[in-house]
Ligand binder design. Sequence first.
Ligand SMILES: *Cc1c(COP(=O)(O)O)cnc(C)c1O
Length: 345
Amino acid sequence: MTTAILTIDTGAIARNWQSLDARTEVETGAVVKANGYGLGAPVVARVLARAGCRSFFVATAEEGATLRAALGHGPVIYVFSGHMDGDTGAIREGRLTPLLNSVDQMLRHVEALPGSPFGLQLNTGMNRLGMQASEWSALRDIAVAQRPALIMSHLACSDDPDHEMNARQLRQFQEMTDGIDAARSLAATGGLLLGEEYHFDLCRPGVGIYGGLPFEGAEAVVTLDAPVIQVRDVAQGAPVGYGNGWTAPHASRIATVSAGYADGLIRAMGSGGAQVYAGDVALPVVGRVSMDLITVDVTALGEDPAHLQLLGPHQSVDDLADAAGTIGYEILTALGHRYARRYTE
Ligand SMILES: *Cc1c(COP(=O)(O)O)cnc(C)c1O
């Protein structure tokens, strides 16, 4: 079989969520946008619901509709993009809770679905989503009278605990929401780890659940094993791969592995010193990453490997991300759809 196998440890997903939950005195939700950070939102969300999670967050109403079908009635499903033109049907049928980002969205929502639940997203300085302070002060009393399910904002720099932006956004959020009788949320994974004052009524971690930084204590969730298609000897001075991207410094044995950038192996990792593993032995990726293939120097092994491990106990998504000059989030969400997925407990 030439398909690489992505193994997703659902037990580790549940334990990561529980251990984040244990760090707060408030409710812990879960962000499952982008198909559960690439790992499969329906499976991830059902695992988390079983672990006790009652509030889920997605990016779009379409994602919310898929999630509702997977979760059934109980849990609350919040939508970060709010109520966009064309979303009304999905919001009504999925019983989704849009996080309204502007006066326009607020008007659209109360007009299209009067009395149906909503939350509010405020801009506290990230300048990406949410109502401006000026907009909010005009709308605040009217919006609060409609009993929002949640008032939230998002931190721009919470992966860096020492960044002054954290305290600045915290103050801004307090100024905009103190005294309001509604549940509040400010923290994603990074904010949850910053401490109690960032927790408010609900934390909404994403990446930490999936085993990524900034949650240092996370358990690894994904393992990626790819089959070796061919192994060959190359002479000293012989090139390997597109553009003669690598030249053998001495006689070498090269394995060609069935996984490439079309499977989410970021092309930049070819020049970033990425490694793969045969058991405990680290082996360098050499030459450029192709669409469907990578080449690995396996000279150090006594015998030819049948498959090699790209992600697992020896190499986290963040390690691989470092080699590719990116972040664990991008590695996770890029993991291709060509892999055979196996879910284990
Ligand atoms: C993606 C996202 C989260 C989750 O962030 P993580 O860093 O993955 O924990 C939380 N809130 C908002 C608004 C987001 O966009």
